[in-house]
Design a protein around this ligand. Structure first.
Ligand code: I22
Ligand code: ZN
Length: 195
């Protein structure tokens, strides 16, 4: 059993090692971070969404920005579309679960915002629909995904694909990438920058 636990940990750090060695993915993480830094120079916001564990990741990342990540500084506007149960239940009930994020994005997204959709498969239909709504509104789309990236990676402006086929291992890397992006945003916007 202890070996089983050690094997899970090994798989987790091997996935992170694969990211560490993937220059293309590292460049994309940097590109998305810089995009967010530019966004926060104006009155724009990041918007996030995901299902299940990825819903928790969306909320976690939004809270790092609105609250604080590493040090005290002014709040950065960020919205997780997974938190308002009245919106979620009404939209799911009246239009279907596939519309829970796209409908909110249509109401609350503004041109120039960035929408980050989080999914391990890259094929969650409610996020794919939200990407399509985002495009119509002039909102930049970022797919934080795994496996082969799925439909989301195909239609997003930027695709960060964790090189793994395991849902939990992908999720563990998603939050690592989310933390790195928040770290860069905070340091570049309010600190001494990132060298
Ligand atoms: O956290 C986990 C599994 O680790 C689950 O809650 C998982 O997020 C859910 O099954 C999601 O519905 C999966 O959706 P997705 O990652 O394919 O978009
Ligand atoms: Zn999970």
């Amino acid at each position: 059993m202890k070996n089983y636990i050690k094997n899970q940990i090994k798989k987790s750090y091997e996935t992170k090692q694969a990211i560490y060695e993937n220059e293309e993915l590292l460049n994309k993480i940097l590109e998305v971070s810089q995009l967010c830094v530019e966004l926060y120079k104006g009155p724009k916001k990041t918007i996030l969404a995901g299902n299940g564990g990825s819903a928790a990741d969306a909320q976690h990342i939004a809270a790092e920005l609105v609250g604080r990540y590493g040090f005290d500084r002014p709040s950065l506007p960020s919205l997780a579309l997974t938190t308002d149960t009245s919106n979620l239940t009404a939209i799911a009930n009246d239009y279907g679960y596939d519309k829970v994020f796209s409908r909110q994005l249509e109401g609350m997204g503004q041109e120039g915002d960035i929408f980050i959709g989080i999914s391990t498969s890259g094929n969650s239909v409610n996020i794919v629909n939200a990407f399509n709504s985002a495009k119509e509104k002039g909102i930049t789309t970022v797919a934080l995904v795994g496996r082969d990236g799925g439909e989301m990676a195909r239609i997003a402006d930027y695709a960060l694909i964790v090189p793994s086929d395991s849902t939990p291992r992908i999720q563990e890397s998603h939050i690592l990438i989310g933390h790195i992006i928040c770290d860069i945003i905070e340091k570049e916007t309010f600190g001494d920058g990132v060298s």
